[in-house]
Write a protein that binds this ligand. Structure first.
Ligand SMILES: NC(=O)C1=CN([C@@H]2O[C@H](COP(=O)(O)OP(=O)(O)OC[C@H]3O[C@@H](n4cnc5c(N)ncnc54)[C@H](O)[C@@H]3O)[C@@H](O)[C@H]2O)C=CC1
Ligand SMILES: O=C(O)CCC(=O)C(=O)O
Length: 413
């Protein structure tokens, strides 16, 4: 199943609960604008290379559109459309004054030199600079991009439009970036995992965790949960799965990551090495945290997933068919549009600081992030209880209701 079809199914489950008329469903689901551009660079060897870039602006009823930039070989229009729509519901669930967008380039950034990556980013900005801006559409990091890419993006955009650091978030802290943005998604995932486990009557130190993906989100979630006393028995990245029955040494893994090429765990020797796909199927794992790609838990592998709780740190990691089976089995799934909203929340704080030419302390960022995440969790938990629906359907119901209300107030729906 294609990514956008999957988000449409989730949307419709909530729309059914809300008795939303068909014409309104289409109006809310259809993206405002989809842009596909050619991105051509000269490689270091002198040859030309062509890539395809996308920016999908899904909905602006609640404010300027917001969403990350992904550099990954699987980026295409359908996936970008799905991710853009997730941003619309996500910003609404955590009640930020934003709409949703997403963009990216179909490229493996690991195949490019740093200079080529910079040329690629700048060439992409040349193609889309007139449709993004601090009051229209504000990009940020996602898979395969980081604060350096954000810095190149801003610099190139300002060549056309002049100084305005609020055009993009997730910038380096020394260049108008917010303290705490880098850790924010992982911290939000950690905060809500702690809350959910407690709510379900489970104990942190007896809840074994497995995390798929040890990039920005996975590594910060691991750090947070390790400090909260959870035994993290497995983590994976593209180099494989690393497993220790009684808990991995997370500080050592984090040190290994920062001191090894491309931030990979390759060569880490103080854990059992398992194949990549083993992580999802481990026995005796209580909490599974997919923090890499979408669509990794589907109808063909869901039977071998043993965790009681799944925290969607990644966007769209569970397919609708698998989601229904998990719900019937009593597995609690904390949905992406709530679980990973910490990143966009601190992006909002960064944007606010940029616009006010003021800097918040890390303590303030963390405090406000924790407050926002906790409040959104309570809203979703209560909605799920009231309507006897999954946390995912409850989160969509809240997101859709808020977007619909804004569209109605503006006279658009
Ligand atoms: N960066 C952010 O602030 C946010 C990210 N997300 C989502 O979180 C997920 C991860 O994003 P980031 O951590 O930023 O990306 P990243 O590029 O920093 O890290 C991705 C990680 O996934 C690993 N990976 C890739 N394919 C894998 C596979 N098949 N099996 C196991 N590991 C694999 C990579 O080796 C890397 O460790 C994505 O779905 C993204 O959309 C969601 C909200 C915000
Ligand atoms: O920080 C942001 O603005 C967007 C983050 C993002 O792309 C996401 O939440 O999936």
């Amino acid at each position: 199943m294609k990514a956008f079809e999957a988000t449409r199914l989730f949307f419709n489950q909530a729309a059914d609960q809300l008795d939303l008329p068909e014409e309104l469903r289409e109006a809310l689901l259809m993206p405002d604008r989809e842009v596909q551009v050619q991105v051509t660079i000269r490689r270091d060897n002198g040859k030309l290379a062509n890539f395809v870039g996308f920016r999908v602006q899904h909905d602006h009823s609640r404010g300027p559109m917001k969403g990350g930039l992904r550099f990954h070989p699987e980026v295409d229009l359908d996936e970008t459309r799905a991710l853009a729509s997730l941003m619309t519901w996500k910003t609404a669930v955590v009640n930020l004054p934003y709409g949703g967008a997403k963009g990216g380039i179909g490229v493996n950034p690991r195949d490019l030199s740093v200079a080529e990556l910079e040329r690629l980013t700048r060439a992409f900005v040349d193609q889309i600079h007139d449709i993004v801006g601090p009051d229209t559409d504000i990009p940020a990091p996602d898979m395969g991009t980081d604060h350096q890419v954000m810095s190149w993006f801003r610099n190139q955009w300002e060549k056309y439009h002049g100084f305005h650091p609020a055009v993009i978030t997730g910038k380096p802290v020394e260049e108008y970036g917010a303290k705490g943005r880098e850790e924010a998604t992982g911290r939000g995932v950690g905060t809500l995992t702690v809350k959910l486990i407690k709510r379900l009557g489970m104990k942190a130190d007896q809840s074994k965790v497995a995390i798929q993906g040890f990039g920005n989100v996975g590594s910060h979630a691991a750090k947070f949960l390790h400090e909260a006393q959870f035994p993290i028995v497995a983590v994976s990245d593209i180099s494989g799965t690393y497993y220790a029955e009684n808990g991995l040494n997370i500080p050592e893994l984090l040190r290994h990551k920062i001191s090894h090429p491309q931030g990979l765990l390759e060569g880490y020797e103080h854990a059992e090495r398992l194949p990549l796909e083993a992580l999802l199927k481990l026995d005796h794992v209580d909490v599974l945290i997919p923090a890499a790609l979408g669509g990794v838990i589907h109808e063909d592998n869901v039977e071998s997933v043993h965790a009681k709780v799944i925290i969607e740190a990644a966007n769209g990691p569970v397919h609708p068919g698998a989601d229904t089976i998990l719900h019937e089995r009593g597995v609690t799934v904390l949905p992406d549009i709530l679980a990973n909203a910490g990143g966009v929340t601190v992006s909002y704080f960064e944007w606010v600081q940029n616009r006010q030419h003021y800097r918040w302390s890390l303590d303030r960022v963390r405090q406000e992030l924790d407050h926002t995440m906790n409040e959104a969790f309570e809203d979703v938990w209560q909605m799920a209880g009231q309507h006897n629906v999954s946390l995912r359907t409850a989160a969509y119901m809240i997101g859709i209701t808020r977007v619909k209300r804004a569209a109605e107030l503006a006279g658009l729906a």
